[in-house]
Design a protein around this ligand. Structure first.
Ligand SMILES: [Zn+2]
Ligand SMILES: [Zn+2]
Length: 278
């Protein structure tokens, strides 16, 4: 990396859909010259997600997602942080929460208790149907018109802002991943009626926007969100928090960051006092 930048969205093998230990990710981050790595494993506690994503891998065991598992994972991640910090890599511990309004009370209590540096809110479901899982998503989009679901997607994004529980909203137009193949270019402007309200709520609640580069490995050749949405966010004075690769394996870390950093100039120069080259 030519710049001291961090990756703020990374899944280790504590997430059931990811590969690579925390040490392997830290080693890779160190080799790449990243300043910081933020681990944000999945916390999926909706009943409809339980069978597939409602787990953590802890010590080689599949453990139901819940406070005990999260606390054990945080301990492991903090230990790795201590190990790599003297070498100049700052390790932050976060969580990526699959949002649903029915979880508000539980999340409000639990997130206060967890020792976290960073919490991502994500829309992964609409009407209890997963929109990002390969086994379900294509069928979800093929059986619906855009107008059947897009308003519900942005309603959930607004709820993430209004909840006040999160630092950042992830991959804002990630429905492109499986939706573009079904709807084509019509999907590229489907967000337009919803941005003004969403961004006003994000600004009011200090919820930042993530630039997520995983679209580059999903074969859609752009980030989440698109540059058009990012420009609207800037006009609305929404804070753009930084770059996340959404890596689910060490070789996906900081994917395309050398190019993506140009979109998020406010992260340069980052705070050099802690952990980077001193
Ligand atoms: Zn996500
Ligand atoms: Zn993720």
């Amino acid at each position: 990396m030519r710049f001291p930048i961090g990756d703020s969205h990374v899944h280790t093998d504590h997430s059931v859909d990811a590969k690579g230990t925390v040490h392997e990710f830290c080693q890779k981050a160190f080799e790449m010259g990243l300043y910081e790595i933020t681990f944000t494993n999945h916390y999926e506690i909706m009943p409809s997600r339980k069978d597939r994503m409602g787990y953590f891998m802890i010590g080689g065991e599949k453990v139901p997602a819940g406070p005990d598992a999260v606390k054990r994972m945080i301990e492991e991640l903090r230990e790795a942080g201590e190990h790599f910090f003297p070498a100049g890599l700052k390790v932050r511990v976060g969580l990526e929460v699959g949002w649903d309004i029915t979880l508000y009370d539980r999340l409000a209590k639990e997130l206060r208790e967890f020792d976290l540096d960073f919490v991502i809110g994500s829309v992964h479901d609409i009407d209890d149907e997963p929109i990002l899982e390969r086994a379900y998503a294509p069928q979800f989009f093929q059986s619906r018109r855009i107008e059947d679901w897009i308003g519900k997607y942005f309603k959930k994004a607004e709820e993430i802002a209004e909840s006040g529980l999160f630092n950042v909203i992830a991959h804002l137009d990630v429905y492109k991943r499986y939706g573009l193949a079904v709807y084509g270019d019509a999907l590229r402007t489907a967000h337009e009626p919803y941005l003004e309200t969403l961004f006003a709520k994000m600004k009011a609640s200090d919820l930042a926007l993530e630039v997520n580069t995983s679209g580059m490995r999903h074969g859609i050749n752009e980030y989440y969100p698109s540059v058009a949405i990012l420009n609207e966010a800037r006009r609305a004075e929404v804070f753009v928090s930084g770059l996340g690769s959404d890596a689910h394996a060490p070789d996906q870390l900081a994917l395309d960051f050398e190019s993506a950093v140009a979109l998020v100039p406010e992260i340069l120069p980052c705070d050099l006092e802690e952990g980077y080259g001193v």
